[in-house]
Write a protein that binds this ligand. Structure first.
Ligand SMILES: [Zn+2]
Length: 63
């Protein structure tokens, strides 16, 4: 289940990251790599595939 990203589920990324690169990993067709910027919010959504990225809490669980 670790590498399965279901639609509508946010992908957690490091809070250190100001941008995230999306290539449509949860889509078989994929899309050109795009860099999404976390503006003033802790979540950002890819405008290609709709995948949502979210800053993970720093003191989060160890997985
Ligand atoms: Zn995408």
């Amino acid at each position: 289940m670790n590498n399965a990203i279901s639609a509508g589920q946010a992908v957690h990324v490091s809070p250190d990251q100001a941008t995230v690169c999306c290539r449509g990993a949860n889509n078989a067709l994929g899309h050109p790599a795009v860099y999404l910027t976390f503006a003033e919010q802790s979540t950002v959504q890819c405008y290609y595939c709709g995948c949502e990225y979210k800053h993970a809490p720093e003191d989060g669980e160890h997985s």
